[in-house]
Every structure is written in C-alpha cells, then in structure tokens.
Design a protein around this ligand. Sequence first.
Ligand code: AMP
Ligand code: ZN
Length: 141
Amino acid sequence: MKKEDCIFCKIAGGEIPSKTLYEDDRFRVILDLGPAARGHALILPKEHAENLYELPEETAAAVMVLAKRMAAVMRDRLNCDGLNLIQNNGEAAGQTVAHFHMHVIPRYKEDNQKIGWVPRETPPEELEAVKEQISFTKTEV
Ligand code: AMP
Ligand code: ZN
C-alpha cells in the first residue's frame, strides 16, 4: 500500500522522478539528493512502511540481500575504499523521511565525512545491567 503525501511512496512508485539506479517489483534504488559521498544511494521499498518496526520481515531480508549485491557493484564500478549501510528509525535516530529506507554509502579515503558516534565510558555494572535488560532467547523474538 502507498501512503498519501509520502514523498518516498511517490518516488518509489515513479510519480516523482528520481535518479533511479535499479528497480524491480518490490524496490526502487535511487541516488540520495544530498549525498554524503559519491554514489550515496537509498533503497526504497515500494510498499509503505514507516520504519523498521513496521517493515515486514520478508522485505527486511530482501533489503539486506539487495544491499549486499549493490555493495559489490559499488566496489567494482566506483572503486570506493569502504561502504556504510545506515538505516535511521525515529527522529531521535536522525530519520527525516517517514518511509523506511536503507542508505548505501560508498566511502573514500579522502571523503572527509564523519559517520559515527562518540564512545562513552561505561562502568562494568552498567554493561551488566543493560545486558540483563535486553538479552533475549529464541522464543522471545
Ligand atoms: P534519513 O535522515 O535517514 O531519513 O534520510 C533521508 C535522506 O533522504 C537524506 O539523506 C536526504 O538527502 C534524502 N532525500 C530527501 N528527499 C529526497 C529526494 N526527493 N530524493 C532523493 N533523496 C532525498
Ligand atoms: Zn511511503
């Protein structure tokens, strides 16, 4: 299903033109308009899902397979030195478009980008506490 007024639904469905790198029945892959580096692409599912929580598991699996194949294309054709997969969920995590998308970002030694986080000093008891809080068994997932 498409969502009214969702820009990525419109792009994925071809209503709004985009620099499309790939298309099949489930996905459209486009160039990001504000690329972090040369070749920065977005995998857009054609079915609307706001984020990872809403994404059907089958689609989630297919996104990763597609990302893996794209990684090889980018390495071979762009000669990039590395590659990031980034997927933001929620404003707090930096999501600005409320339609699931996976960033595929080729990286170059001299690209001067900073994609990352500041590691925090964490006492062992806090690591233990969070481990207890979010450990899970196969029957829980
Ligand atoms: P996020 O912050 O994970 O929600 O990423 C949204 C991304 O979509 C940003 O990198 C934007 O540059 C990109 N973007 C927004 N609108 C468009 C558009 N019309 N076409 C291509 N990329 C877009
Ligand atoms: Zn949408």
